[in-house]
Design a protein around this ligand. Structure first.
Ligand code: G
Ligand code: G
Ligand code: MN
Ligand code: NA
Length: 253
């Protein structure tokens, strides 16, 4: 409860910061995208991770404000990287409340316009369980996002309750395979079977497939054999500040 009051203040006092984790094309090794991940630089408790405060935000009606903050900040910081010549798109995670709000697409469109940030360089990630809270309305919101030119991704795929029937109708542009299937991909044939099938499913449905939680060269190589499109994980890079990202991109070039 104390933390809830502090979280409201944190949004106002600029205590929330973003780290960015790179995502690479597996076939070429090129990095053209990052995912924005929120942290709370708490004045007394230190750096808090999303699991420390997102549930609180979601259960106390702060989900929409949090997303608005993260989207705004991400477009500013990645907009700076883009103006320095880095060809980057950014993925922002939506809160469950965003998917219940039919006004989200017009809010996002206004924010893009305000920052002169191309809609095609923004991707919005939704979790399976946020979608399942109200699949019909989520579908409508996702449709609205596509209509303004923003791509969508289904996060943590395989770990929640989205059925293949829902996947078929959602029309997301990208599936992110949950890291629980990727961490031991090179050692566990069952994980390999699941990843292989998901890559195939995504391709047949016209969706890009991204593996998250790629920690080792073995996992990376296995994903290359399976023709997975993109990889995200500690093997490629840890989440880092926007400033560190500029240096990281320069070092890779
Ligand atoms: O950074 P970390 O791995 O701890 O993130 C854990 C979870 O928090 C991830 O599932 C991610 O999707 C979620 N998350 C991270 N940043 C944001 C954010 O800005 N908004 C929302 N709604 N979720 C986020
Ligand atoms: O949206 P999502 O929940 O997937 O957010 C990614 C989260 O996963 C972040 O909190 C990030 O720190 C974490 N993460 C990113 N890469 C790896 C990885 O390679 N291994 C593990 N265990 N966690 C990762
Ligand atoms: Mn995500
Ligand atoms: Na994820």
């Amino acid at each position: 409860l104390e933390l809830l009051g502090e979280l409201r203040d944190a949004l106002a006092n600029d205590e929330l910061i973003l780290h960015y984790q790179p995502k690479a094309d597996i076939a070429t090794g090129e990095v053209h995208g990052v995912e924005a991940l929120v942290r709370w630089a708490h004045p007394r408790r230190g750096l808090l991770m999303p699991s420390d405060f997102l549930p609180l935000a979601d259960h106390s009606g702060l989900g929409r404000s949090l997303t608005a903050f993260v989207l705004d900040r991400a477009l500013v910081e990645i907009g700076q990287r883009r103006s320095e010549g880095f060809d980057l798109s950014v993925a922002v995670n939506l809160s469950p409340a965003d998917l219940l709000d039919l006004g989200l697409p017009s809010d996002v469109a206004r924010t893009l316009e305000r920052h002169a940030f191309p809609a095609s360089c923004l991707r919005l990630e939704v979790s399976e369980d946020a979608v399942m809270a109200d699949p019909e309305r989520s579908l409508e919101v996702l449709r609205g996002l596509r209509a303004i030119g923003v791509a969508t991704a289904l996060d943590d795929f395989g770990s929640g309750h989205v059925s293949l029937g829902h996947l078929k109708h959602l029309g997301v542009d990208e599936i992110k395979i949950d890291r629980s299937f990727v961490l031991r991909l090179a050692e566990d044939e069952r994980d390999a079977a699941i990843v292989h099938t998901t890559v195939d499913l995504g391709r047949r449905l016209g969706m890009k497939v991204v593996a998250e939680g790629v920690e080792t060269v073995e996992a990376w190589d296995a994903l290359a054999v399976l023709h997975c499109d993109e990889a995200q994980g500690f093997f490629l890079g840890r989440p880092m500040t926007a400033t560190a990202l500029a240096g990281w991109m320069r070092d890779r070039a």
